[in-house]
Ligand binder design. Structure first.
Ligand SMILES: Cc1cc2nc3c(=O)[nH]c(=O)nc-3n(C[C@H](O)[C@H](O)[C@H](O)COP(=O)(O)OP(=O)(O)OC[C@H]3O[C@@H](n4cnc5c(N)ncnc54)[C@H](O)[C@@H]3O)c2cc1C
Length: 434
């Protein structure tokens, strides 16, 4: 019996999930086997993680279980973590899964591929600064966002109980990194703090929150035009965030953050949101070329530089652009790359030449929770940027997630889920406190 053509995608995130959905729907199960490998059992869109962290979004409501999604769209889900690649035998090897009691749940596995797409994302870049890994919280995945929420709540309860005897008690949070993640988290924290009173923390309000946002560069939000970044800066300060630009962090410990000029910021919670690098894979990638930031170097077709059968997309890859820096690590890049890889795999199977990926910058949007949204739309589509703020920007920002829902569920279910989301906004609690 002829073996099926196996297309394996590692990572079901902003790039990988829309890709397997398209591959499954197009190729079907008869002659092809589309396999998604992910080390989580469900997907949550990463740009929502700051809302999960602040408790304003319940991840259980927005997660997508890979198993059921795969049955619906014609791909198989394999629960596993990529450990290494064997290019000669066209195999990936997944690590054994060990539970918290030390029992092996799933053994080490070998999966054959005809085409392999690596879409396992990125992690924060700590730039080797001492103490970051041990003393900072991160927002790289759902578990970390949930862990942050628990710690935040504990601090809020602590301060709430102290408030009667200690009028100065505060929850002190230092966020390092003035990009979209850090800025959005800072604003979301004030949104959550405003709501805590309604959920039983009577003496807690936003005046009990002390958030400092540190940025090494000369301004926050370098991806946005200067006037919009300035508007966001002012909005954050109006909320109560202490924004410090041009501030180089030299070390982190269990109680605070050390700054280059010898200064120090005491903080109960320290969040690292600076820079992105490719995630680390435990074993060997069998000679795939890596950049200094641990990303897989790809050609313009998104094929790796050393193997035509292996593609890489999203935050785990570095894709050159003809004039300028590599494609930025963003959800829209991952999604656009998924569309190109889908076409290119079809071309290779049909014996045609794959086409180069062209990144279309549709602009950047940054949400300051319900307080404001700023951004620029269109990017290079109109040969420049169109600055937007306020309701229009909010609408555009929300449409990003809606487009993602449609990309992974199709129009019918996607629109249904958008409608359910609206209803939930009205009937469900505004904050998740448990
Ligand atoms: C808080 C936050 C806010 C953001 N806001 C925005 C925004 O507003 N706009 C924007 O464009 N971008 C935003 N981003 C960036 C955006 O989320 C990423 O660029 C995008 O998710 C990258 O997509 P990806 O498919 O490469 O990786 P991811 O979406 O990170 O998915 C990677 C997947 O791979 C899986 N995986 C990881 N390692 C392994 C392994 N070894 N084996 C198997 N599976 C593995 C993971 O479980 C995950 O499912 C934000 C990021 C964060 C953290």
């Amino acid at each position: 019996m002829k073996k099926k053509t196996q297309i394996v995608v590692v990572g079901g995130g902003a790039g990988g999930l829309p890709l397997v959905r398209r591959l499954g729907a197009y190729f079907g199960r008869e002659l092809y086997d589309i396999i998604l490998v992910d080390r989580s059992r469900s997907h949550i869109w990463k740009p929502l993680l700051h809302e999960v962290a602040a408790g304003s979004l319940d991840a259980n409501m927005d997660e997508i279980g890979y198993g059921g999604h795969g049955v619906r769209w014609g791909y198989r889900f394999f629960y596993g973590s990529l450990e290494s690649i064997n290019r000669e035998n066209q195999q990936i090897i997944t690590a054994p899964f060990i539970d918290e009691d030390g029992r092996e749940i799933v053994a080490r596995h070998t999966i054959r591929y005809d085409y392999l797409v690596l879409a396992y994302g990125g992690v924060s870049n700590d730039f080797g600064i001492p103490g970051v890994r041990d003393h900072c919280l991160f927002l790289e995945n759902r578990d970390q966002a949930e862990a942050f929420r628990q710690k935040l709540l504990n601090q809020c309860f602590r301060v709430s109980h102290l408030a009667g005897t200690d009028g100065d008690a505060r929850v002190r949070i230092c966020i390092i990194g003035g990009g979209a993640t850090g800025v959005e988290l800072a604003a979301e924290l004030y949104n959550a703090a405003k709501g805590l009173r309604d959920y039983g923390l009577e003496v807690f309000d936003e005046s009990r929150l002390e958030v400092t946002l540190l940025e090494a560069g000369p301004r926050i939000l370098p991806a946005l035009p200067e006037d919009l970044a300035q508007a966001a800066h002012e909005e954050l300060e109006a909320l109560g965030v202490r924004v410090q630009v041009g501030t180089m962090v030299t070390g982190i410990d269990g109680t605070g953050v050390a700054i280059k000029d010898g200064d120090r910021i005491e903080a109960d919670l320290r969040v690292w949101a600076a820079g992105v690098k490719g995630a680390t894979i435990a074993g060997s990638l069998d000679g795939l070329e890596l950049t200094r930031s641990n990303q897989i170097q790809v050609r313009s077709t998104l094929q790796t530089t050393v193997d035509d059968r292996i593609f890489a997309i999203g935050d785990c890859c570095s894709c050159p652009q003809p004039d300028g820096p590599p494609v930025p690590p963003r959800a829209q890049s991952a999604n656009q790359m998924a569309a190109t890889v889908f076409e290119n795999i079809r071309s290779l199977i049909a014996g045609m030449t794959p086409k180069p990926f062209v990144y279309r910058d549709k602009g950047s949007l940054v949400s300051l929770s319900r307080f404001s949204t700023v951004g620029s739309l269109m990017g290079n589509l109109v040969g420049g940027r169109m600055a937007i703020e306020g309701r229009l920007a909010r609408l555009a920002y929300m449409s990003l997630y809606r487009l993602h829902l449609i990309a992974v569920h199709g129009w019918l279910k996607g629109l249904g889920l958008i409608a359910v989301g609206h209803i939930n906004q009205v009937i469900r609690p505004k904050l998740k406190l448990h």
